[in-house]
Each structure stands twice: as structure tokens, then as C-alpha cells.
Design a protein around this ligand. Structure first.
Ligand SMILES: NC(=O)C1=CN([C@@H]2O[C@H](COP(=O)(O)OP(=O)(O)OC[C@H]3O[C@@H](n4cnc5c(N)ncnc54)[C@H](O)[C@@H]3O)[C@@H](O)[C@H]2O)C=CC1
Ligand SMILES: O=C(O)C1=N[C@H](C(=O)O)C[C@H](O)C1
Length: 252
């Protein structure tokens, strides 16, 4: 049985994972960490990660970018593998994630769903054909009104997978309001919509002369992310130090 700690246990994703793990015989939650303590869980909850003295095989993180530095310190000091799902990390934090992966197993993914991870692969193939054929690439993401980071981690990851296939020749453009010029072909425009309870929606538009191809992923519940995170935690427990992602868990 894999022993897991839920970092951000009283948030929306933390509670989804709590429910999924309760019904899973292969993994148990032995502790939770959250600054908000107004929920009764059937595992001990600590307000700060450095207060947690419960031993675990893996930590699952859905919290807040501000909480990630202390989490990485805890995981590297104790050599605990971590499934890092929080988005909106700074450039410095991404560097810290890389360093942490030299000391412990770190699986970072902006989107744990099967669909988005397949989409990344499809986009790489599409870009290799449509980019050289002169198609412009634009990305629109839509999320609920409680989301703090923009654009979404997934939008950036989708753009990165396209750019990777194109030898990193594309620039990302987030705001065209201040610039009076036509778009460059080597741009990926990235736009964020926030409203209501939209779980997560990503649309990638390849617009050519007289034809448009659109790829779209829509999450209808947070369970799709939760399921992927639980699978990732089971996969990561016991793994040696290194940088992992969902392509190590989901084999296409
Ligand atoms: N990788 C993926 O597939 C997904 C990633 N996310 C990301 O996960 C993060 C959390 O999302 P939600 O659960 O919707 O947010 P939420 O705001 O509902 O939950 C975050 C929880 O973290 C807690 N928290 C804040 N500071 C903390 C600290 N220092 N230590 C421990 N806990 C702390 C908050 O009190 C809250 O309960 C966001 O960055 C979001 O973008 C969300 C869904 C899917
Ligand atoms: O905050 C969310 O809700 C989500 N965040 C992730 C992101 O920023 O990409 C993944 C998912 O789309 C939901």
C-alpha cells in the first residue's frame, strides 16, 4: 500500500483526491497539509509542511505557487518523491524544481488528464506539418472565476509542446492591445478567459489560408485531473531521483 501526503488537502483538488483515494485499495492518505483547517478529514492535517512528521512514500501537491518552495525543501531534505500539480510557478521556481529532481523524484505536470497529454502529442505532429505550411497558431483557454494564475499552466505546456516540435522558433504573445502591427507567423497567441465554474477548456487553432483546424479539450469535472494524479503518485513512489512527467505514466 502506497502511503501518500496530500499537500493542499482542503482545496478543491485536495478534496477530489481525498475521495478518490478513499475508494482505492492501492494507496492511502496518511496526512494532509493545508493553511485552511475548516474541513474534517480522516487523516491528520498540518498547517505547514515543516510541521509534518508523518512518514510517506509520496506527496501529491495541488496548492498554491507560494507554497511550492517550502514543499520542495521538505521533499529534498527527506528524499520524498513529489507529484507537483500546482501551476503558475515563477522562472526561479522552475529552476528550483529542476534542482530538486537531482535529489528526489519529481513528477511535474500542468495537466494530469489523459486527454490533454494525448493532445500534446497530436499537436507536435500537427505543428510539424501546419507550421511550415504557413498556418498561424492561436490558443484560447477558459477556466472558472476562482483561478489565480493566467494563462493556465496547460496552455503554456501545450504551446511548449508545439514550440519543441518547431525547434523553439516561436514567440508567445499574451496581449496585442498595445502593439500596432500585424502578427508575425512565428507567434503563438495565448488568451485566457475566466468565468463561472468552467472546469478547464483548451482550444488550439491552426488558421491557414481558407482553412482552419481546431483541437479542443474540455474537462467536465475535476475528477479527470484527480485520477491522473493518483496514478502518478502510485507510479512515482519508490522511484529514484529524476525529472518525470505524465508521459512516463501514460504510455501511448
Ligand atoms: N495539474 C493539474 O492537472 C491541475 C492543476 N491545478 C492547479 O492546482 C492548484 C490548486 O488548485 P485548486 O485545488 O483548484 O485550488 P484551491 O484554491 O481550491 O486549493 C488550494 C489549497 O491549497 C491551500 N494552501 C495554500 N497555501 C498553502 C500552503 N502554504 N501549504 C499548504 N496548503 C496551502 C489552500 O488553503 C487551499 O485549500 C492550482 O495551482 C491549479 O492551477 C488544478 C487542477 C488540475
Ligand atoms: O486551476 C485549475 O482549475 C486548473 N489548472 C490547471 C492549469 O492551470 O492548466 C489545469 C486545469 O486546466 C485546471
Amino acid at each position: 500500500m502506497v502511503r501518500a501526503i496530500m499537500h493542499g488537502c482542503n482545496g478543491k483538488m485536495g478534496q477530489v483526491i481525498t475521495g478518490l483515494i478513499k475508494a482505492d485499495e492501492g494507496i492511502e492518505l496518511v496526512a494532509g497539509i493545508d493553511t485552511y483547517t475548516g474541513i474534517d478529514n480522516d487523516y491528520p492535517v498540518f498547517e505547514r509542511i515543516d510541521q509534518c512528521d508523518v512518514k510517506a512514500d509520496v506527496i501529491i501537491d495541488f496548492s498554491n505557487a507560494k507554497a511550492v518552495d517550502d514543499l520542495l525543501d521538505y521533499c529534498t531534505d527527506r528524499n520524498v518523491p513529489v507529484v507537483l500539480c500546482t501551476t503558475g510557478l515563477s522562472k526561479e521556481q522552475l529552476g528550483k524544481v529542476k534542482k530538486a529532481s537531482e535529489k528526489t523524484a519529481v513528477l511535474k505536470s500542468a495537466n494530469m488528464s489523459l486527454g490533454v497529454n494525448l493532445l500534446m502529442k497530436l499537436l507536435r505532429d500537427a505543428a510539424k506539418i501546419l507550421g511550415p505550411a504557413g498556418f498561424d497558431i492561436e490558443l484560447v483557454e477558459r477556466h472558472h472565476n476562482q483561478k489565480v494564475d493566467a494563462p493556465s499552466g496547460t496552455a503554456l505546456a501545450l504551446a511548449d509542446s508545439i514550440n519543441e516540435a518547431m525547434d523553439h522558433t516561436y514567440e508567445y504573445v499574451y496581449d496585442r492591445s498595445q502593439v500596432r502591427r500585424k502578427r508575425d507567423q512565428k507567434e503563438i497567441g495565448i488568451f485566457a478567459v475566466r468565468g463561472g465554474t468552467i472546469v478547464g477548456d483548451h482550444e488550439v487553432i491552426f488558421a491557414g489560408a481558407d482553412e482552419v483546424i481546431e483541437f479542443r479539450h474540455t474537462a467536465y469535472s475535476k475528477t479527470v485531473f484527480g485520477k491522473g494524479a493518483v496514478e502518478a503518485a502510485k507510479f512515482l513512489a519508490g522511484k529514484p531521483a529524476g525529472a518525470y512527467d505524465m508521459s512516463d505514466v501514460i504510455r501511448f
